[in-house]
Design a protein around this ligand. Structure first.
Ligand SMILES: Cc1cc2nc3c(=O)[nH]c(=O)nc-3n(C[C@H](O)[C@H](O)[C@H](O)COP(=O)(O)OP(=O)(O)OC[C@H]3O[C@@H](n4cnc5c(N)ncnc54)[C@H](O)[C@@H]3O)c2cc1C
Length: 373
């Protein structure tokens, strides 16, 4: 009998997993991808959309998926770890399930400095589209706050200045700008943002009145894991072990933003498409090993670069160690913007490439001492 594998979530992790499963199993698996939208969303471009740039960045699944993957469009409402995935109007049976439901924006009250400002985020296609509408409706001179100065906040603030130079753009960077880029990288980015006209603030109480806030202060796991009573961390991410399995649930593995890899294999990993892609590929390998009766390997994934755009003509490419800490080497300006654009396009090539040449996607190894930890 054919083994049924259901992948929930058609983002970077889920599409990579589905393609590798379909391509490497030579017809021995039936692979179903469940996604709530009928097309793939390039989340890494949603800030461009919200700021008024490109249209909604979606790609037809037909361009990305292995032909043997069956797409089921619908919202999953519950994973029954015994082997059923419930959607609003139907159920799918599975022998193995890859949980790849991704992440969404944080909810909850804004900060004291925001007053009665409208709040939006750029974490999903829907929320970015709403933010875009509101930004477009703002009168010249209106003040906008971007809350959070990690990569997404930096890119969004720069993009807003580029698209709407008539707006006053404020960035709240309570913990500094671009901490993940290291001290020097963060200083370079802050100087460039200021040159673009972004006002950078360290303290909430120093903020001027704003009419609109766009949150970029982190993501939380998709709600499906918690709604299903599966083990999650305090941000709703499904807890998985170093082989991406959910302890106690042998049919479930997880990948992408929606999971937290516990133990040494995951200690240096952050949410990001740079992590979702290798996790998706590895999750597929774990399922394939299980079906074949082989032991599954522990994840070994690390980093090589951090790529941040600063509008369309500027950016920073930071070379990093496998554990994501910054090295001294970095590229700036137009060449950096060009590299970032190439990387964004490359993510789609990796996904489609895995459908044509299963097993072709490779990724940087984790910290060298990972094996000894
Ligand atoms: C504006 C922005 C810029 C970013 N820039 C970068 C960057 O430059 N570099 C980088 O590495 N990362 C970046 N990221 C982060 C990156 O987008 C995420 O890490 C990545 O999308 C995670 O991939 P994923 O497959 O885990 O989840 P997602 O891409 O979020 O995909 C999850 C999918 O599951 C679907 N889904 C969720 N719940 C259900 C359900 N119950 N039923 C059915 N379907 C469901 C969702 O609709 C979605 O299609 C950025 C994010 C944003 C928002």
């Amino acid at each position: 009998m054919t083994v049924q594998v259901v992948v929930v979530g058609g983002g970077y992790a889920g599409v990579m997993a589905a393609n590798r499963l379909a391509g490497r199993s030579a017809g021995a698996l039936e692979v179903v991808l469940v996604n709530e939208r009928p097309e793939f969303v390039e989340r890494i471009r949603l800030h461009e959309h919200a700021a008024g740039g490109r249209g909604l960045p979606t790609v037809p699944f037909a361009r990305l998926l292995h032909p043997a993957v069956r797409l089921e469009v619908g919202r999953a409402v519950r994973v029954d770890a015994g082997g059923r995935l419930r959607l609003a109007d139907r159920e799918l049976a599975f022998d193995h399930l890859v949980y790849a439901a991704g992440s969404t924006g944080r909810r909850g009250p804004g900060g004291a400095g925001e007053g009665a400002a409208e709040r939006h985020d750029v974490a999903t296609a829907e929320s970015a589209a709403r933010a875009r509408e509101r930004v477009a409706a703002l009168p010249s001179g209106a003040a906008v706050l971007v809350r959070g100065a990690g990569h997404t906040g930096i890119e969004l603030a720069a993009e807003l200045r580029g698209r709407r130079p008539d707006l006053a753009v404020h960035l709240l960077a309570r913990d500094g700008v671009g901490r993940a880029l290291g001290t020097r990288g963060g200083e370079v980015v802050e100087a460039r943002l200021r040159r673009l006209g972004v006002s950078v603030h360290r303290e909430e109480r120093a903020l001027p009145p704003v009419v609109l806030t766009v949150r970029a202060d982190g993501f939380v796991g998709a709600s499906l894991a918690a709604d299903s009573g599966l083990p999650v961390d305090d941000t709703g991410r499904l807890l998985v072990a170093g082989d991406l399995r959910v302890p106690g649930h042998p049919r479930l593995v997880g990948a992408g933003d929606g999971v937290r890899v516990t133990g040494p294999a995951g200690a240096h990993l952050r949410m990001g498409c740079a992590v979702a892609l290798p996790l998706g590929a590895h999750a597929a390998d774990v399922v394939l090993a299980t079906v074949a009766g082989r032991p599954a390997e522990r994840l070994d994934a690390g980093f090589a670069l951090q790529c941040v755009s600063l509008g369309r003509g500027d950016g920073i490419i930071q070379v990093v160690r496998p554990d994501d800490t910054a090295r001294a080497v970095r590229l700036r300006g137009r060449p950096a913007a060009a590299v970032k654009e190439l990387v964004c396009r490359q993510t789609l090539r990796w996904l489609a490439g895995e459908a044509r040449r299963p097993g072709s996607f490779r990724w940087p190894a984790g910290p060298r001492d990972l094996a000894r930890r």
